[in-house]
Design a protein around this ligand. Structure first.
Ligand code: AKG
Ligand code: FE2
Length: 285
């Protein structure tokens, strides 16, 4: 017959075994779940300013440095025809159409308050669609969502500086936005454009940090208010090409810039003169 103390120690061994088994099983399941989430995060997060930089950077094709050779600034055009535009706009060289948007109703109407009203009047689903189907980029701010950003007390932002960007995939908001601007009319009518509108807005100070995009096509962006400095940097593999250089240029209110943001690394800075920067854009082909 088993003594009481032998029974007691067998019970402890059994209990320890069961506890260890449960702890190990939970750890394995959690680890598996974390690994799965990490994998999904690394492979499926797809956005204008990529989160999955490492994977994207290693899989980025080597750049053709002829694109940046002897380019020291954007090509500048005034009121181009479709064929003048087409000649330049598809060579991945940056282009700026001076005053190309200055007659757009957006220039007179868009403001921080206008965008707040547009989203508030469209109901919560417009905000939700940014979170669920589109993207909100808080850049230089602590905002968790577009709703939070548009309900900020502008006067108490740290040092008054903030910068955000978001894409819109709410059809009503798109329809409303597009009553104030259209795809620039010198882009060929049969060009394949994205239906995704991007808005970048912020006070004077740093905008986006240096990055490259992984979107399908080159982008156009109209400067609706304020003045924004762009810095374009050739890809690292062109660093030692003596004919390729980093350069800056300013998009002034009413200008439209065309940049292959999949090729040129870029960052932005909102200039003090001109105040709040609001820019709208999309992709073109
Ligand atoms: O407007 C900005 O500040 C940057 C926009 C940008 O990164 C882009 O259009 O790819
Ligand atoms: Fe970008």
């Amino acid at each position: 017959m088993m003594s009481a103390s032998a029974f007691f120690s067998w019970r402890i061994i059994l209990q320890t075994f069961i506890y260890s088994f449960v702890v190990a099983a939970v750890a394995i399941i959690l680890n598996f779940e974390i690994q799965q989430q990490l994998w999904i995060y690394l492979t499926e997060t797809s956005c204008l300013l990529k989160n999955n930089y490492i994977l994207m950077e290693v899989s980025r094709p080597i750049s053709e440095c002829a694109i940046c050779e002897h380019v020291t600034g954007p090509e500048i055009l005034y009121n181009p025809t479709i064929s003048e535009f087409t000649e330049i706009a598809y060579a991945s060289k940056p282009l700026i159409i001076k005053g190309g948007a200055k007659h757009w109703p957006a220039i007179e109407n868009f403001s921080f308050e206008f965008l707040v009203r547009l989203y508030d009047e469209s109901g919560l689903e417009a905000y939700q669609s940014v979170e669920e189907e589109c993207q909100f980029l808080p850049f230089k701010s602590n905002f968790q969502s577009l709703h939070e950003a548009l309900h900020m007390n502008i006067s108490v932002q740290p040092e008054g500086q903030w910068y955000i960007g978001w894409s819109n995939c709410n059809p009503y908001i798109r329809k409303m936005l597009r009553t104030y601007y259209t795809k620039p009319d010198f882009i060929p009518p049969d060009s394949e454009s994205s239906s995704l509108d991007w808005i970048f807005m912020g006070s004077p100070g740093p905008g986006t940090t240096l990055h490259i995009d992984y979107v399908l096509r080159p982008s156009w962006q109209a400067q609706i208010s304020g003045n924004k400095l762009w810095q374009l940097v050739p890809p690292p593999e062109c660093e030692f090409n003596e004919f390729c250089h980093t350069f800056n240029f300013t998009a002034e209110k009413g200008d439209i810039v065309f940049i292959d943001t999949n090729w040129w690394y870029h960052n932005t800075f909102v200039l003090v003169e001109g105040g709040l920067s609001i820019a709208v854009g999309s992709e073109y082909d």
